[in-house]
Design a protein around this ligand. Sequence first.
Ligand SMILES: CC(C)(COP(=O)(O)OP(=O)(O)OC[C@H]1O[C@@H](n2cnc3c(N)ncnc32)[C@H](O)[C@@H]1OP(=O)(O)O)[C@@H](O)C(=O)NCCC(=O)NCCS
Length: 381
Amino acid sequence: MSVESKQLVPGLAGIPAAESSVSYIDGQAGILEYRGIRIEVLAEHSNFEETAWLLMYGKLPTSKELSDFRQRLRRSRELPKGMIDILRAMPKNGHPMDALQAGVAALGMFEPRFEFGDEKGFEHAWIRLLAATPCIVAAFDRLRAGKEPLAPDPELDTAANFLWQLTGKKPDDSATHVLDCALVLHADHEMNASTFAARVVFGTEADPYTSCSAGVGALTGPLHGGANERVLESLESIGSLADVDAWAAARFAEGGKIMGFGHRVYKVKDPRSHALQKLGAKMFAKLGNTPIYDVALRLEKIVTERLGGKGIYPNVDFFSGILYQKLEIAKDQFTPVFAIARTAGWLAHLHEQMQDNKLYRPGQIYTGGHELPYTPIEKRG
Ligand SMILES: CC(C)(COP(=O)(O)OP(=O)(O)OC[C@H]1O[C@@H](n2cnc3c(N)ncnc32)[C@H](O)[C@@H]1OP(=O)(O)O)[C@@H](O)C(=O)NCCC(=O)NCCS
């Protein structure tokens, strides 16, 4: 069916682009569910591997399914030497999201060719992408610092292994728990920009690696995943608690956006932001407070007093960076961490789309001319 519409909806806001049962948002009530389960419940009881399975198959795994899945992930992490060479050749001062976008696409070149519609081939790509994406992020981080990448630890799951490969230190349980929960909270978010980008590319019957690479590209920008890095830059530039009011007043006066606030769908505080805050409170009680958290709380109060009436509240990116900083993750690695988590969501959407694929090809409202003359170059002013 094709529908002719002359009504432009900027940013396709609110226009359904697919039927999906992967996740659900109620933006007025501040609800997010993965396959019908509230994310607060998953953050408390689940873990990243189980959540990735849930997103893919629409049901929680049995303990055998989960332990087999974990083993497969642990066995599928190793990066080929050629992949390390590619990452080594990248500019050390380049952004890790660019390295990741190129890295994820390149990973597919080392894998068996994917035939669209092949369930087994898709499952292979699902495991490989979930397992290897964190390793690409960690490997680039070490290479740019002049260190060699570390081998994955087959005893560890995704969050702990990532922290190990990134820092070279075996993380304690509380650090692992914080990252694991953050991965759960970032794993999917229905038809967001990066999921849509991945779906568009997959809709052409491209392979899952190229499609996830498109997702990474879309996640890079400051209006989407790139906001978490910008939030921390803002909080650091404010300096101290005493400076928050003046900083916010200056921002309001110039009419600029404040990173980490506002959402296309949520018109209340993002439920992931609540959950991250709860997680942060536990972590700070254990590892000690961080002054930047107090700056953030004051900023939240000022911004929501001023803009809450317009439905502008903290989004997922507002608190995540503060937590990641406490885990000693570099600022420019915050968005790659988001991408590690969202890979689970992208792949669940792609798998769903593969069952009944249709090439995305929206229309446009043409605003140019017609039948214009061709002026020879020497006669052009
Ligand atoms: C996420 C975002 C793009 C959603 O925006 P949207 O639904 O397209 O809404 P718009 O950008 O059109 O903004 C609508 C109004 O709210 C204001 N607004 C939106 N987000 C704002 C913010 N973070 N700070 C200040 N004002 C904001 C806009 O200035 C605009 O005001 P106006 O109507 O007076 O012109 C937007 O809120 C934003 O840019 N936030 C900052 C970046 C960010 O944190 N991104 C991560 C998202 S998870």
